[in-house]
Write a protein that binds this ligand. Sequence first.
Ligand SMILES: [Zn+2]
Ligand SMILES: [Zn+2]
Length: 306
Amino acid sequence: MLLPAFSAPGRFWRGNLHTHSDRSDGGLTPQEVCRRYRAEGYDFLALTDHFVGAYGYPITDTVPFREAGFTTLLGAEIHSGAMSNGELWHILAVGLPEDFQPPHAPGFAPVAGQETGPQIAARARAAGAFVAIAHPQWSGLTLEDARSLEAAHAVEIYNHGCAMGCDRADGAAIADLLLSEGRRVSLVATDDAHFTEPDHFGGWVMVKAEENAPDALLDALKRGAFYSSQGPELRAVHLDTNAVTVESTAVQTVIVQGHGSAATAVHGQSLTSATVPLERFRNSPWLRVTVIDRAGKRAWSNPVWR
Ligand SMILES: [Zn+2]
Ligand SMILES: [Zn+2]
């Protein structure tokens, strides 16, 4: 079987799902952020300013910056309640309605009586959003925290801002643990760009949809019809009983990962097609694929269930 990103009709659209502007703590206006992403070859962008009282609970209006070949999704990074380390939850919500009811979240510290993270995430999902656990390693998120966010469609497997700003970009460790508990989460790479440091154009999603339109993109995100990248393109990921075959732009390494320590790599030069045997995956109900190119840039498939 082909993974949904490759069997779904349409073509791939490149987008960044996590971005800030000067409506919260970003360095640029919404218009300039949209201009830069469009100029860099992105097909769409979600501006996701911090949805806290200090910034007036912004759901930044990017509709005026849509034009032929470039669209936007409305969204926010929503915050409410404490994680187990006592710090405020950070939750990515893409596809929020512009009248989404604010929580009581005045700033970046939890306050008594506010909604929990899982509660505001559930409310965002019910309002139509695609919900992702933002930068788990940066947050110091525990597995118990991640487990509690039942509304999450996805985990940020890579957050470019966290890579550049604190070398805590990883989401794979916690995502793999969730997958091994049976949670069907997708994996998104994002920029979390603020344009206050080199935190932009480093991680994105490639979403398969019939048109570059907000509803079609959102629907594809929720169905997992996408992959994530820092550079390499995935062309096809095909799962058979005994092997996974991956077609991509030229890479050096193709890895399949699964439950526990299950992983198998195929190395080579300028690989555009590789077949990875699945002997080590007998006990793994799920698999996912990572490719790594000569420059060390990765692309990640969504998990597939067998
Ligand atoms: Zn954040
Ligand atoms: Zn952010």
